[in-house]
Design a protein around this ligand. Structure first.
Ligand code: B12
Ligand code: SF4
Length: 446
């Protein structure tokens, strides 16, 4: 079978932040994982429309020349409108093509997703195993089958019981196929050298922050340390210079961090890399060896400058801890960057401004701000439903059936205290007072 995997364009994206346009070009890692697994039995092509800033009307040309039997599209919540556009366009230009949607956005609302008749299948959770089985069965012209974690148009839904079973552990599958897209086109401003690729050493997160979909979507799994370093060696051989580790929490287990770093040093791997971390999971003894092994930056989900908000978020740390950790990391010579959420439910204007000012005082190498929105399935989302904060009972259900393309997400933001003008003003202030991706990009180009 010929399978076309698509990373949707960010053209009609609903923006929860200002810096979406200044984003870097990052590899669609989930699709690279799928490609390496599927290509054992099938011919696979990835169309990275985000990288090449392509529009939906360029899809028929690609379908004409590649003639795929199956089109698989990845989805995040803010690109749902673009995903549906692609699906409709695909079916219009090739009515026999089988369409499959996967990725973080499809798990919560299978019925709503399949209310779009052009969607033939959806796959929830890790896609490698069910997608391969689906493609194999379709190749044999089978029609009546049940595949775990795969929902079909106009059929009974299957149980999701195995979504997080051991079978879906990432180490059971081949490394991502980094030649499936033009690896030398990907870059990140935070990387000292490009090209940059992404990698994961774990999936999911054991913490329980109220707004985060990680614990809802994915059981926590750690990869084997030696395989992590094997993959890094492969990346270095390709000629890639930097890695962004996309794990939610690279630094959670100090021993593991130490073992990985020692192995990197021992094997003489010379790559730059950066990680994401929690404020309370950094141990001083990690910082030296991480730097020796090539780490240049730690990105923290700091989120707020208010203790009361941090408590409502269930972050498990306070402002004092944030200050101490940032000071410690900076003193080690590593760069620090941070993420902040504005307009968390319960916040008044002074709290939002306080978070912005707090970010200024931390003087990070890069800061990023977004307006809080309630991702389906999270505690914050259910709190909002209970408190009647959303204009409808479950706005995402309606959104999945009928996304309002071109409009912004403000009407379904988590807080109902501020209007869109106020929220935009907060973003303007936050981005103008802090060093953001825009500044980093400008500095790199200069
Ligand atoms: C890197 C990243 C980004 C990058 C994306 C760049 C890129 N090309 O990957 C950037 C910085 C642009 C980004 C932006 C945003 N992100 Co983001 N991001 C991530 C992050 C940290 C890593 C993604 C990753 O590589 N995962 C590892 C791979 C292996 O897993 P995967 O992508 O899920 O793929 C597997 C399965 O989902 C499935 N699958 C995926 N696609 C498909 C397709 C088919 C056909 C099939 C069958 C299966 C399948 O199989 C894959 C292999 O097992 C995740 C958190 C995480 N650790 O996963 C958040 C995450 C995906 N992001 C999230 C969000 C909310 C956003 C933003 C909306 C934030 C914002 N407020 O602006 C924007 C969306 C804009 C956009 N255009 O994507 C949420 C998604 C929630 C949701 N339900 O949609 C996540 C899960 C974080 C979280 N815990 O809340 N993000
Ligand atoms: S916000 Fe970060 S630490 Fe909290 S649950 Fe999500 S990934 Fe884990």
């Amino acid at each position: 079978m010929r399978i076309l995997l698509i990373n949707p364009p960010e053209l009609n994206e609903i923006k929860a932040t200002k810096s979406a346009d200044a984003r870097n070009n990052l590899v669609p890692l989930g699709l690279l994982y799928l490609a390496s697994h599927l290509k054992a039995n099938h011919d696979v092509n990835i169309l990275d429309m985000a990288l090449f800033k392509q529009s939906t009307n360029e899809l028929p040309g690609v379908i004409d020349s590649y003639k795929p039997n199956i089109i698989g599209i990845t989805s995040v919540i803010t690109l749902w409108g673009a995903v549906l556009d692609l699906i409709h366009t695909a079916k219009q230009s090739a009515p026999d093509v089988v369409t499959v949607i996967g990725g973080p956005n499809v798990s919560k609302y299978p019925a709503e997703t399949l209310s779009h008749k052009d969607v033939d299948y959806i796959i929830v959770g890790s896609g490698q195993k069910p997608m391969l089985e689906l493609c194999d069965r379709l190749e044999k012209h089978e029609r009546n089958f049940q595949i775990e974690n795969c929902y079909a148009q106009e059929r009974e839904y299957h149980s999701l019981a195995t979504i997080n079973s051991k079978e879906y552990y990432i180490d059971n599958f081949p490394f991502p196929d980094r030649f499936a897209t033009p690896y030398d086109h990907y870059n990140a401003s935070i990387s000292p050298e490009n090209p940059t690729t992404s990698m994961i050493t774990s999936m999911g997160c054991p913490y329980k922050c109220a707004y985060c979909s990680s614990r809802v979507d994915q059981a926590f799994q750690l990869r084997k340390e030696t395989l992590v370093v094997d993959e890094m060696a492969e990346i270095e051989q390709i000629g890639i210079k930097s890695i962004l580790f996309q794990d939610e929490l690279f630094t959670m287990k100090p021993n593991r961090v130490n073992n990985i770093c020692e192995d990197i040093i021992h094997r003489g791997i010379r790559l730059n890399w950066s990680v994401k971390s929690r404020i309370d999971s950094i141990r001083p003894e990690m910082l030296d060896i991480m730097q020796q092994a090539g780490c240049s930056n730690i990105h923290f989900g700091i989120e707020s400058g208010n203790d009361s908000t941090l408590r409502r978020m269930k972050k498990g740390y306070d402002i004092d801890k944030i200050k101490k950790t940032i000071k410690m990391v900076k003193a080690s010579g590593l760069q620090c960057s941070g993420n902040f959420m504005l307009a968390y439910p319960g916040e008044e204007e002074k709290d939002v401004l306080n978070t912005i000012q707090f970010a200024v005082t931390l003087n990070l190498n890069m800061t990023h701000f977004g307006i809080t929105f309630a991702i389906p399935g999270t505690e914050l989302f259910y709190e909002g439903v209970k408190a009647g904060r959303h204009s409808r009972n479950d706005p995402w259900s309606e959104f999945t059936r009928n996304p309002d393309k071109g409009e912004d997400l403000f009407k379904i933001y988590a807080s109902n205290t501020f209007n869109s003008d106020q929220l935009n003003k907060f973003l303007d202030i936050a981005f103008s007072k802090n060093r953001t991706l825009f500044d980093l990009n400008e500095e790199k180009q200069a």
